[in-house]
Structures are given as structure tokens and as C-alpha cells.
Design a protein around this ligand. Sequence first.
Ligand SMILES: [Zn+2]
Ligand SMILES: [Zn+2]
Ligand SMILES: [Zn+2]
Length: 140
Amino acid sequence: MVRNKQRDCFARLQAHGHRLTRPRRSIIETLITQSRAMTASDLHRALAARGVSLASIYRTLELLTRLGLAEPVRQAGEEARYIVCQPGHHHHVICTRCWHVADVDACLIEPVAAAIHDATSFEIDSHILEFYGRCRACQR
Ligand SMILES: [Zn+2]
Ligand SMILES: [Zn+2]
Ligand SMILES: [Zn+2]
């Protein structure tokens, strides 16, 4: 599962004409195996032994975000955290104690979008929705 997600992310990066450099590979691997929303500084600490510079972490996160391979999540007043994402529309539930992330595959929002359309006559093209709480381990 983790393997597939990694392979898929590497392939999508390369399909956009970008090389799978060692720092890029390490950053993607770390984000996927930890399945946590991580800041650039978290990644820098995690990858210290592999000598990945903070500058290359920022550049890579920016590239992954631009290609839609990573998604930043922000809480007011905090450094952005990044999640590596599978393709296709989905939502996340994020633990605010340990930043563990789980994908919510079903979109539960279509009826809400329909109600908003009725109320405002807007044609709704997209939405972003994240759920925050405490994961099972953090509830103890
Ligand atoms: Zn995702
Ligand atoms: Zn947690
Ligand atoms: Zn949705």
C-alpha cells in the first residue's frame, strides 16, 4: 500500500518531466511512510542524516504542491504542513496532536454543494474540506 503510493508518486513526478533526485525521493518517502502532515522543519530533522538541505526541502514541497502531488494544510499562525496525496478527489482527517493523516475516500459534500447552489445560484466547481481531531492513539 505504502509501496504503491510511493511508486505512483514517483511516476507522476517523472510524467511531469521532473527527475527523481535523491532529495525528492527521500522527501516523498518520508511523507508517505510517516503518514503525517509534516512541516519543512519536521522533514529537515527527519532527513538530517541524509544531508538534505532545508532549501531543497522548500523547493521540493513547492514543486510537489504545484504538480498536485502534495497538499499543504495550514492552521492559523502555524507553519504549513504537507501531505503527499493520491490522485482523485478526496478529503483528509488530521490529528492535531501527532498530525497523523487518514484519507477519507468518500466525498460527503455533494449534497452540501447542491444546497449552496440553491441558496446562492453559484455553479460550484470545487471545494476543499479537512477534518481535524484526535486519532485513536491520541485519544488515550
Ligand atoms: Zn490525500
Ligand atoms: Zn494522533
Ligand atoms: Zn469532496
